[in-house]
Design a protein around this ligand. Structure first.
Ligand code: SAH
Ligand code: SF4
Ligand code: F3S
Length: 432
């Protein structure tokens, strides 16, 4: 068998795309994966372009790979940066053999055999193609439910790298989920840029099915125990969706609610489609229906035009909601976005100060939240072996918990009582 070295950057959708690429290469071209770059016959980087840093690192990394690789090994660039830079990549790094966009992953075998191929059509419709069953984890299955994004948030490059939004037919999703469950996964993780906008558009003539209905249908898979999903959009969090989330026992009680900014003015400039009040109202409804829910979010600080007062509004939302997890970033101007042309940029020092302040406030909140977990018992689904005879997993609320144990626990559920608290992982002992 030939050897494939693949590096995956970016979000869970990229991870799922990499699984599909690995499976296709295994089936059609007799490849197996290796962790040793020098041993590889094919080197792939599955890239992300959501912020500038990873993109600027791409070319230096390609240079290093080119130096270290076997003489006749091929190099391919896949994913979102492939989509937005296209043949520019081969112009800047002529030793790259092919470029494969995020919307074209099923064409991996074709591009492999055509030197200097560039397949980056963002309108290419893969929504009717079944993704392969190969998965890196036996216990949890990532499943795409839609491709692309129809929103036009002014800071975001994703609609330009993954194209218009199109939903994957429900029968394909159910089949994929059933197969994963038959293969031992007790948890599925549904993926899309706007999962709760599912059903907005299907390829061909298909009956309209919304996200709530999709969740209900998936819950009927008998051996399936847990359903997670990312990302829902706050704008589409209607009462029906929140009520289904709260009452469906298979849906994990952890919700990602990407805030981006707490200022209604900035949200308007970002074209997010909701206000500070709407966001807080949805959190209130969610907590009314589901008091134990944990909520995570994404925040961008120092978006062009963000004043001190706007930033205080973001901190106000953070203090009111007390998120369980925050992914926070400094605004990074991206090509082909509307905000790229905004001139009212925020000073770099101010941006750094704001990010640090936000992160410190969140850390204090998180320490207080974590402290309340001591002595509590959570139902944990074990997924990973970690060093020193520990096994880790997640609670329904998505808290990462480890216990002393061995691989016998993998894929199993246990009740775990928390005995000590860390910032990113709690430690406990099995009680049942
Ligand atoms: N569809 C998801 C977001 C996908 S991108 C949603 O709507 O929430 C993941 C995260 O990257 C975003 O939530 C945002 O916080 C961040 N991000 C996107 N573009 C960015 C940019 N130009 N600068 C900084 N962060 C950005
Ligand atoms: Fe980007 Fe907005 Fe689409 Fe999310 S909803 S992927 S932030 S354009
Ligand atoms: Fe990055 Fe593309 Fe995902 S830009 S965050 S890999 S959708």
């Amino acid at each position: 068998m030939k050897k494939l070295f693949i590096e995956t950057l970016g979000c869970a959708m990229n991870s799922r795309d990499s699984e599909h690429i690995i499976a296709q290469l295994r089936e059609k071209d007799n490849y197996e994966t290796t962790d040793d770059l020098k041993d590889a016959d094919l080197i792939l980087i599955n890239t992300c372009s959501v912020r500038e840093k990873p993109v600027s690192k791409l070319f230096s990394e390609l240079g290093i790979f080119n130096k270290k690789k076997k003489v006749d090994a091929k190099i391919g660039v896949c994913g979102c940066t492939a989509s937005h830079l296209g043949d520019e990549i081969i112009k800047r790094a002529p030793y790259v053999n092919f470029v494969l966009g995020a919307r074209n992953v099923s064409k991996i075998s074709e591009v492999l055999h055509k030197d200097k191929a560039v397949e980056v059509d963002i309108n290419y419709d893969e929504s009717e193609f079944a993704f392969d069953d190969f998965r890196t984890s036996t216990y949890k299955a990532f499943i795409n439910i839609s491709m692309g994004c129809d929103k036009s948030c002014t800071y975001c490059i994703v609609p330009k790298t993954r194209g218009d939004e199109i939903s994957i037919p429900i029968d394909l999703i159910i089949r994929e989920a059933s197969r994963a469950v038959d293969g031992g996964a007790k948890e599925i993780f549904l993926l899309g840029q706007n999962v709760n906008n599912y059903g907005r558009r299907f390829s061909g003539d298909r009956e309209k099915v919304n996200f709530t209905k999709l969740l209900q249908e998936l819950s009927k898979i008998k051996e399936l125990q847990r359903i997670r999903f990312t990302s829902p959009h706050p704008f589409h969090m209607d009462d029906e969706f929140i009520e289904e989330f709260a009452k469906n026992p298979k849906i994990c009680k952890s919700m990602h609610m990407p805030l981006q900014s707490g200022s209604t003015k900035v949200l308007k400039d970002m074209k997010r489609g909701y206000s500070k009040e709407w966001f807080l109202n949805r959190v209130k409804k969610l907590r009314q229906e589901c008091p134990d829910v944990s909520i995570s979010t994404d925040v961008i600080v120092a978006f062009p035009g963000e004043s001190d007062e706007d930033f205080e509004d973001t901190l106000d939302v953070i203090n009111q909601v007390r998120f369980n997890q925050i992914f926070s970033f400094k605004y990074s101007p991206r090509p082909q976005t509307q905000a790229e042309h905004f001139t009212n940029t925020v000073d770099a020092d101010i941006a750094s100060t704001r990010l640090t302040r936000l992160q410190n406030i969140h850390t204090d909140i998180l320490d207080e939240i974590n402290a309340t977990s001591l002595g509590k018992t959570y139902r944990v689904y074990f997924e990973n072996l970690i060093q020193d005879y520990y096994v880790s997993g997640r609670s329904d609320e998505n808290i990462v918990i480890k216990v002393k144990g061995s691989d016998e626990l993998l894929g199993e559920f246990r009740d775990v009582k928390i005995t000590s608290i860390g910032r990113t992982i709690l430690t406990g002992e099995i009680v049942a």
